[in-house]
Design a protein around this ligand. Structure first.
Ligand code: AMP
Ligand code: MG
Length: 194
């Protein structure tokens, strides 16, 4: 039997610290000689968006026309599927994207079919903590919203991830990234990836 790589999709609302937890986990796994390729879904989308002069920075993409976002999403999904092969892969992305027209599924059926994840991880923490992290992050154009709205977004992400589990047979795992407990979040993600 051919040993296929593990495909792990890591999601979380903007500012929860997905990328930080992923980078920490990658470092830990490299020390154990476990090889993972980490790819950022938004970067794949942004490469196309930039080439077509659709967005000047990655935070502009969620305000593009829905049809355009879906086209970029499709391009990213097939690009990632084409390069992942049998490798272990982590995809840094979103269960849903908050757009002016409402929540856009990050893994609609045509994206799931390309990625077919074994596990969807939801990185979560308390909405107040996320709010503070967004306020102190000058490197990104984070949405300005209250903790109630952030809580709703996290709830929607759980709901839509249940649909991903139904469609693909993946498991859904919550990893907490609490203030001052980053190492614990990394440990948790490592245990999923190992
Ligand atoms: P990030 O750097 O993870 O915050 O992603 C940057 C941007 O990429 C997001 O704000 C979205 O506009 C877009 N993006 C990332 N993943 C997805 C996805 N699965 N579906 C649609 N848009 C996405
Ligand atoms: Mg990120």
């Amino acid at each position: 039997m051919i040993e296929l790589g593990k495909k792990v999709v890591v999601t979380g609302v903007p500012g929860v610290g997905k990328t930080t937890v992923i980078n920490g986990a990658m470092e830990r796994l490299a020390a154990e000689d476990i090889a993972y390729k980490a790819v950022n879904f938004g970067t794949f989308m942004f490469e196309v968006a930039q080439k077509e002069n659709l967005a000047a920075d990655r935070d502009e993409m969620r305000r593009l026309d829905k049809a355009v976002q879906k086209r970029l999403q499709q391009a990213a999904a097939s690009g990632i599927a084409a390069m992942s092969g049998d490798a272990n892969i982590i995809v840094d992305t979103h269960s849903s994207v908050k757009t002016p027209a409402g929540f856009l599924a990050g893994l609609p059926e045509w994206v799931l079919r390309e990625l077919m994840p074994d596990i969807v991880v939801l990185v979560e923490t308390d909405p107040d903590q996320i709010l503070m992290r967004r306020l102190s992050d000058a490197s990104r154009t984070r949405d300005m919203e209250g903790s109630r709205a952030i809580a709703e977004h996290q709830e929607f992400n759980r709901a839509v991830s249940a649909a991903y589990a139904m469609y693909s047979g993946c498991t859904v795992r919550i990893v907490r990234n609490e203030n001052f407990l980053l190492e614990q979040g990394i440990d948790d993600l490592v245990s999923v990836l190992r």
